[in-house]
Design a protein around this ligand. Structure first.
Ligand code: BG6
Length: 512
């Protein structure tokens, strides 16, 4: 099957090619694109890293990654063998300017062999300390300017570690590339269900008239993980949940939920609307930070018979660490649509289950006729947009129980993506790589909005840094974070939704 997606012939250059991301995500995603006939006719991948490896070693290793992680992992050996012939590898010291001559020569050689016409994507799958160095050296080699050929740069997260470093990185990159050449990855935007937020809102006429402060009481966004930090303790110590998940993934979800309809579906229009949301986030004042931002850290516990280490016992973690593995906060968007509607965000590791979802809580009816009903929750309808797992959408609505009187009960109207049996759901990296190949930056974060998101988060970082006594609550592994997070929601009768593995279930007691 060959679909016309207009990707020009090109070379994908991956820095950090011996790393985990290349093995588990990037090359499997490229292979999945190949299997669907979505790669350009003339295409090659050049892996670049410090480790010594021949093309053959690289191909063998990537074949293993494909067999383990590609969605088309069952492909036959012949197909796989044919595909890996387009993979090449060079070993250079990426911190050494002179070594970039080797890269430049190799690209010329590959262009000749594959007729790729000097079009290159440079993918930085390397530690953030190299995010300036590598583009700087590419620039010295004259490899960063668009001309007859295109040059694009993909930058992995984290994009900066605070407002100042994000500004500095943006400035540096913009000295060497144009904004439309820079693709800042937020892999949440590549998730099919995240993109479905826009379709749910703007392809249906029933939601949008209700999508505002007149009908919505509050919005809840949860990104829970049941894993701990595993072997990433070293990285996580300097990051924490706020930088690792909230500044990027969760705020991106807020923007998609809250933005105005774009005039057209393209990168400029959508990203302009998202930017306005980031600009409208009400800055958190110092006196609110105690109350409206809760941080926690997981402590050891036995979870379903298995001992789970506390964060401070994890490899690479300071035994006295004050890094947060959980953060919950309340924010407001100061604009006409959302004035006064609280948005509650929470994310954490070692929570009871892995789930990401957005919950829209509609206001209750103005006059409650069925209030006597014990089974009927009168708090208002809720719409759950489930990002993962059991991807889908669920509306809780009141329904009459057959029989005499007016007994009402909450029922679920739910759609699960898995019911679309024939539909292939691409991985986030597959979608994002393809978009970059065709020059579509819609699902990538623009520099101005990344800075705005940092601007919102910076007072929290400063507050924690300058107030060593700012509370850090411990929560046992396998729980929903510190109890105190419940107090963010001021109305006593309301709580967070406690989601389960299955979209339609909730409550503390359910299958996790
Ligand atoms: C990454 C974070 O960006 O997102 C990880 O660095 C986190 O700490 C991951 O585990 C979660 O992504 P997903 O797609 O599994 O929800």
């Amino acid at each position: 099957m060959k679909v016309n997606i207009n990707a020009e012939d090109q070379i994908l250059v991956i820095f950090g090619a011996s790393g985990d991301l290349t093995y588990r995500k990037l090359i499997p995603a490229v292979f999945d694109l190949h299997m669907q006939g979505l790669l350009p006719d003339n295409f090659a991948v050049l892996g670049v890293s410090r480790s010594e490896m021949s093309d053959e070693d690289f191909r063998t290793r990537m074949s293993q990654g494909i067999k383990e992680f590609a969605l088309f992992k069952e492909a036959d050996d012949k197909t796989l063998h044919e595909f890996i012939q387009c993979l090449y590898y060079i070993s250079i010291n990426t911190k050494e300017s002179n070594d970039y001559g080797i890269l430049s020569n190799k690209l010329v050689e590959l262009d000749k062999a594959h007729n790729t016409k000097g079009n290159y994507i440079f993918y930085l799958s390397v530690p953030p300390s190299l995010y300036k160095m590598i583009p700087g050296f590419l620039s010295e080699q004259g490899l960063t300017k668009n001309g007859q050929s295109f040059r694009r740069l993909i930058v992995e997260k984290p994009f900066g570690s605070d407002l100042e470093s994000a500004r500095d990185l943006n400035k540096f990159l913009l000295d060497n590339f144009e904004e439309d050449q820079i693709y800042r990855i937020d892999h949440y935007l590549g998730k099919e269900t995240v993109q479905n937020v826009l379709v749910t809102r703007f392809a249906n006429s029933i939601y949008e008239p209700l999508w505002n402060r007149n009908f919505i009481h509050h919005v809840e966004i949860t990104a829970a993980e049941n894993i701990g930090v595993g072997s990433r303790g070293g990285y996580y110590e300097d990051s924490g949940a706020l930088r690792d998940m909230l500044q990027n993934h969760l705020l991106q979800l807020v923007a998609l939920i809250a933005m105005e309809p774009p005039t057209v579906i393209n990168a400029t229009s959508i990203r302009n609307e998202k930017l306005k949301i980031f600009q409208s986030l009400r800055p958190l004042k110092e006196n609110e930070l105690f109350k409206n931002v809760i941080r926690g850290q997981y402590g050891a516990a036995n979870v379903r018979g298995e001992y789970q280490k506390g964060y401070r016992e994890e490899q690479g973690v300071d035994p006295n660490s004050r890094t947060e593995t959980f953060v919950a906060l309340k924010l407001f968007i100061d604009n006409w649509r959302w004035g006064g509607v609280p948005f509650y965000l929470r994310t954490g590791k070692r929570l009871p289950t892995r789930v990401t979802e957005i919950v829209i809580h509609f206001k209750p009816t103005p006059h409650q006729l069925f209030i006597e009903n014990k089974e009927f929750c009168t708090d208002g309808n809720i719409l759950v947009i489930r990002i993962q797992p059991d991807e889908g959408i669920l509306l809780k609505t009141g329904m009459k129980i057959p029989g005499s009187g007016y007994n009402v009960k909450n029922i679920n109207m739910d759609f699960h993506y898995k019911d679309l049996q024939e539909t292939y759901v691409p991985s986030a990296y597959e979608r994002l790589l393809l978009d970059c190949m065709i020059g579509d930056a819609t699902l990538y974060a623009r520099g101005d909005s990344v800075e705005e998101a940092w601007e919102f988060v910076q007072p929290i970082l400063d507050f924690w840094k300058n107030n060593s006594d700012a509370p850090l609550y411990q929560y046992p592994c396998g729980t929903w974070g510190p109890d105190v997070a419940d107090t963010l929601i001021e109305e006593k009768h309301l709580t967070w939704r406690y989601p389960c593995k299955n979209l339609a279930d909730d409550g503390i007691y359910c299958e996790l």
